[in-house]
Design a protein around this ligand. Structure first.
Ligand code: TK8
Length: 335
């Protein structure tokens, strides 16, 4: 009897010794949904992430990215993650207010003023506070990447002051804060999924849309727009979301690989976006679009006009969340 126990214990020990470190990593296929085109900086981030995953898993994982809303728009994809039928999405936070209304905090007009502030906010305490809200919706936020500062494009006229927004049919993301902002500016705001924007601009169903230069460039909106105005009215983050039901089946080591490799992708994606932005602007100009800045005076008037969005947004976002972000930004700005 004693010998038997010893033998089986020895066998167990031999087995545990024989298991290589890699045993915690299973063969897996991860699909990533995306609304943007493959040549958007997100493409560079995904490539960096793939290289990292390949190295860490010894090639055990296959990552397939699907571009230009081919697996559905941001919100649909996030819903698929929640039900465990899709692994991953690179999604703007804005359309996800239908799932977590507090995410609307990022859409408050002129909240973030530059990229250094965005990075400090998203990679710091506040970003963690927002990410912590996601597991209750069956989602895991692995990292914040950059969509960026949004600028208005349209087919009617250069937008140089508040009056120029008047009556303009602007597509906004499916988001109450953006809707309020553009209505307050006097525009005729229509919520629409990203994948429908190009055709809506092309057919003239809408006059205008707003997105960072890299998106106006890579989604070829310049083909169906004539004016771009440097409004920088909001900064949108991308969340790198993973399906929690699927995440929960991963080993701890595998979960760590997801965090580490989306962080590696973040560095590359942000750098690529920031250097591409200038090139995109040049391509937009080369395509014959008229690009204009807005005077400080006109900008002050525009900011003043939308100031009430903060108070009205508190109902859905939560006054505590708005206070928290403002306190955090004050700290970041050294105020
Ligand atoms: C792409 C979107 C896009 C966003 C929008 O799926 O909807 O305008 O800016 O980048 O997330």
């Amino acid at each position: 009897m004693k010998a038997l126990i010893t033998t089986s214990m020895a066998a167990a020990l031999a087995l545990s010794v024989a298991i290589p470190a890699q045993a915690e990593i299973s063969k897996r296929t991860i699909r990533i949904a995306n609304g943007v085109a493959e040549d958007h900086p997100v493409g560079d981030g995904v490539e960096a992430m793939k290289a990292c995953v390949n190295e860490r898993t010894g090639g055990a994982w296959t990552i397939n990215a699907f571009w230009s809303s081919s697996l559905g728009d941001d919100l649909q994809s996030a819903q698929s993650l929640r039900s465990g039928t899709l692994e991953m999405v690179v999604s703007s936070t804005s359309p996800l207010v239908a799932i977590e209304p507090a995410l609307g905090v990022f859409d408050l007009p002129f909240l973030i003023s530059n990229e250094a502030e965005a990075d400090a906010l998203l990679d710091g305490e506040f970003g963690k506070f927002m990410s912590d809200k996601m597991p209750s919706h069956n989602l895991v936020n692995l990292s914040f990447w950059e969509n960026g500062f949004r600028n208005l494009s349209n087919s009617l006229r250069p937008v140089e002051d508040l009056e120029d927004f008047s009556g303009m049919r602007v597509r906004v993301m499916q988001n109450n804060i953006f809707l309020d902002t553009f209505k307050t500016l006097g525009a005729n705001a229509t919520p629409m999924a990203f994948g429908e924007v190009f055709t809506a601009l092309e057919t003239g169903a809408i006059d205008a849309q707003e997105n960072p230069y890299v998106t106006i460039d890579t989604s070829r909106f310049y083909e169906v727009q004539d004016y771009v105005s440097n409004t920088r009215h909001a900064y949108t983050p991308f969340m790198i979301l993973f399906s929690k039901p699927i995440f929960d089946t991963y080993s701890e080591e595998e979960q760590q690989i997801l965090y580490d490799c989306t962080a590696a992708g973040q560095t590359v994606q942000r750098e690529s976006g920031r250097s591409l932005s200038e090139q995109s602007l040049q391509r937009i100009k080369d395509a014959g679009l008229e690009v204009n800045d807005i005077s400080d005076e006109a900008m002050a008037e525009i900011r003043e006009a939308v100031a009430g969005v903060y108070e009205r947004g508190a109902d859905s976002i939560g006054a505590d969340v708005i206070e928290r972000v403002q306190a955090e930004l004050a700290t970041i700005r050294g105020q």
